[in-house]
Design a protein around this ligand. Structure first.
Ligand code: AKG
Ligand code: FE2
Length: 332
């Protein structure tokens, strides 16, 4: 995997490890750049979040999903995409899945009070629970290192995250054996939609990546959990900004007959952020491959496509020309 010419590359683990205790930002940006080009996935260590807090979060996630269904239904997700999402509600891979993802979830968004000027936008509004704001520090730190890795100013992405479409999503995968050959997946193959995702998983494993989505047959590699480390992966918007240089890698979850818990933090830019090829990533011989679009447009399209109970009142303009499958989306 990857070039293997840097000290952070561990062939046994496969993916690179970005160690935030390293004060040398240039070195970190170099490692990050390689990981973004080769894999679109990496491990983050010494990220500043206490390991005990992460363990406690996984315990609390389990406690929430263990509640009786009638309790969970009290916070069923609303039109702003905040709250509880039902088992099998999502189908992330419309080509290969026979049933919805064998998981339930809970969305916490950026809390936007009803009287905020942004509250009338789709996907904006108050959280069901908790109501306090989300911490942006880690997402911000990774984003500024990504900017450095692209030879941009470290604050390049900052203005795009003033009222971000960021979402924290605890997940519970049922104790089912995934059967890829029968179209049963914990989480179907997909790429994430935004700038980047920071992922916490328990120790059961099951996350896999496919670095070449066009290969036939596709090759899936395990991303085993490393205790205390977080997993970072890149989203579609970053792939589009970089004209495909940085990769929004296809991934999925196969469950192994035991319950699995994880929490994804989607660090996605403001609704109106324009995502278009960075001048440094295109040239006459390498023209822009993707049409410009806004962050909100992309998120709405993807939610409409993959989540069968997504509220249609959040319909974006241009919805009629939606691609109808994830594989089509991957070619956009
Ligand atoms: O649960 C996991 O390990 C992955 C979750 C994921 O890929 C997602 O929610 O986008
Ligand atoms: Fe994902």
């Amino acid at each position: 995997m990857g070039g293997g010419d840097d000290s952070t590359f561990d062939p046994k683990q496969g993916l690179r490890i970005l160690d935030f205790s390293n004060p040398n930002k240039v070195e970190l940006a170099k490692t990050l750049r390689k990981a973004c080009i080769d894999d679109g996935f990496l491990y983050l260590t010494n990220h500043g979040i206490d390991e005990k807090l992460l363990d406690d979060a996984l315990v609390d996630i389990k406690r929430f999903f263990d509640l009786p269904m009638e309790e969970k239904m009290k916070c069923l997700h609303d039109k702003n995409h905040r709250g509880y999402t039902l088992f099998a509600e999502e189908i992330l891979d419309l080509v290969n899945q026979k049933e919805g993802d064998t998981k339930e979830g809970y969305y916490v968004g950026w809390d936007v009070p009803e009287d905020h000027p942004m509250a009338s936008k789709p996907l904006h509004g108050p959280n069901q629970w908790p109501s306090e704001g989300m911490d942006r520090k880690l997402g911000h730190r990774v984003a500024s290192l990504i900017a450095l890795a692209l030879e941009l100013r470290p604050d390049f992405f900052e203005k795009m995250f003033t009222t971000p479409m960021a979402a924290m999503r605890p997940l519970h995968y049922e104790a089912i054996h995934s059967k890829p050959e029968e179209g049963i997946f914990g989480s179907g193959a997909h790429s994430d939609y935004g700038l980047l995702t920071i992922l916490l998983t328990d120790e059961t494993g099951g996350l896999q990546i496919c670095k070449d989505k066009f290969a036939k047959p596709q090759v899936w590699e395990d991303v085993p959990p490393i205790k205390g480390a977080l997993i970072v992966n890149l989203g579609d918007m970053l792939e589009r900004w970089t004209n495909g240089l940085f990769r929004s890698t296809l991934h999925r979850v196969l469950t192994k007959g035991v319950d699995r818990y994880s929490m994804a933090y989607f660090y996605d830019p403001n609704f109106d952020t324009m995502v278009e090829c960075l001048p440094t990533c295109c040239s006459a011989s390498n023209p822009a491959r993707y049409a410009p679009m806004t962050s909100g447009e992309h998120l709405l399209k993807m939610y409409h496509k993959t989540d069968k109970s997504f509220d249609v009142t959040a319909k974006p303009h241009g919805f009629d020309d939606l691609p109808t499958s994830n594989s089509q989306k991957n070619e956009l």
